[in-house]
Design a protein around this ligand. Structure first.
Ligand SMILES: Nc1ncnc2c1ncn2[C@@H]1O[C@H](COP(=O)(O)OP(=O)(O)OP(=O)(O)O)[C@@H](O)[C@H]1O
Ligand SMILES: [Mg+2]
Length: 396
């Protein structure tokens, strides 16, 4: 999507309304409905000017959390601060917050210009032309100002909804699955577009989604929610590379998880026994106690693994974790080939190999060695369910 003209409504101008802290602070906030707890007491700080995503499966409490920030839901306990201001007791319309929902709820009888001008007119502001024009430029709809909502595409309507919210100069913009109604291609486009708008205006965005790719593409910080709790919080790369629970390992991308037993320690590393072989895991990457004889779950991402035909195993460098197995299935998807390997350690090991030089011997039935750097391995407490987060991912 190309920008037709640059908006004069840039970061500095918008900043005047966000200087006083601007961040969202939730302290011990919770919500119960009768005996059901939708959100367990939660502490969360959203840094000012950041793009923050609440990511989780259906029913995990994302919307409830967002509605408590907006003031649309009264918390059972805890407080909400916006910057220095405790807004817990304030009604929604007194909070410097705007919300964009999945259904854009544009006014069908008003044109795009008037939809965007709505918030200004309601506040009795007469000369709206420049502000609305700037805002329409920001969302690249300057040409569409006189159309009615039904004459726009889904993505365009979505941008009108964003413009209509931003024109009120909120301190925080809350977005609840705003791209949910769009098809995949438009959705991907709008993710980049929303990210650009957020970078340009510098307002704090709190974005709710159940799509892990969407959260990772857009957000600076992602809070992964599971059953009313924040399971882990971090940058997309941090969550992906260093998951601290099987839920995060499975929900965000794909992980191979192996049951292992602590054998010994070697310097900074833990040596583990799994399926008759040994694996090495840096102790710092293990979110579990590493007492000798104790059980841990070991994880490795499919793209970190190399696949070598058993005949060439002699060439594998020393110091790599290795597992032998048999290729059970392959699927060529252009950019890579995805292999499922059957081994004593794990029945369905997934391996993604980038399509550079394809080894035609790597076909179903071939004996192979999987190997990877111990530094890419992560470890968890074996008390957790090995398949946590898997059903949720399948539901995407
Ligand atoms: N008014 C209500 N009364 C009773 N239970 C509710 C109410 N609102 C929400 N819940 C329950 O609280 C839980 C969290 O709901 P919430 O809408 O926050 O989920 P969500 O993470 O936004 O899910 P989705 O991705 O499906 O939108 C759900 O189990 C839901 O059924
Ligand atoms: Mg929801």
């Amino acid at each position: 999507m190309k920008r037709s003209s640059r908006s004069s409504l840039g970061r500095d101008e918008m900043k005047t309304t966000t200087d006083a802290g601007g961040d969202v602070r939730l302290s011990g906030i919770s919500k119960t409905y009768g005996s059901f707890t939708a959100v367990h007491p939660l502490d969360l700080t959203v840094p000012q000017g950041s793009f923050f995503a609440l990511l989780g499966a259906s029913g995990c409490g994302k919307t409830t959390t967002l509605r408590m920030i907006a003031g649309l839901e009264e918390p059972t306990s805890g407080t909400v601060h916006l910057g220095d201001q405790d807004v817990t007791a304030l009604p929604p319309y007194k909070r410097p917050v705007n919300t964009v929902f999945q259904s854009y709820a544009l006014f069908p009888h008003l044109d795009i210009f008037e939809n965007v001008a709505f918030g200004l007119r309601r506040r009795g502001i007469k000369s709206v032309k420049k502000q609305v024009g700037d805002m329409l430029d920001l969302v690249q709809l300057g040409e569409q100002a006189r159309k009615k909502p039904h004459q726009l595409s889904g993505g365009q309507q979505q941008r009108v909804a964003v413009a209509r919210a931003l024109i009120n100069h909120p301190r925080v913009l809350l977005l609840d699955e705003p791209l949910g109604a769009l098809d995949l291609k438009l959705r991907r486009q709008m993710q980049l577009e929303l990210k650009r708008i957020q970078t340009e205006v510098g307002i704090t965005f709190v974005h709710v989604t159940h799509d892990q790719e969407e959260a990772m593409t857009m957000a600076d910080t992602v809070a992964v929610m599971n059953a009313g709790r924040v399971e882990q919080l971090g940058s997309p790369a941090d969550l992906y590379e260093n998951p601290r629970s099987t839920f995060v390992a499975n929900f965000l991308g794909t992980s191979n998880l192996i049951e292992a037993e602590v054998d010994s320690r070697s310097g900074e590393d833990v040596v583990l026994r799994a399926g008759g072989g040994k694996l090495v895991l840096p102790e710092a990457r293990c979110a579990a106690p590493t007492t000798t004889g104790g059980k841990v779950l070991v994880g490795i991402r499919p793209e970190k693994i190399s696949l070598t035909h058993a005949d060439d195993a002699g060439g594998i460098p020393e110091g790599r974790n290795r597992i032998t197995g048999t290729i059970a299935a392959t699927s060529f998807i252009g950019v890579s080939t995805q292999y499922v390997v059957d081994s004593a350690v794990c029945p369905e090991f997934e391996v993604y190999v980038q399509n550079v030089d394809r080894d035609t011997r790597l076909a179903p039935g071939a004996e192979v060695v999987l190997h990877w750097s111990p530094a890419h391995t992560f470890g968890f407490d074996a008390e957790q369910a090995i398949d946590a987060g898997l059903d949720e991912e399948a539901a995407l």
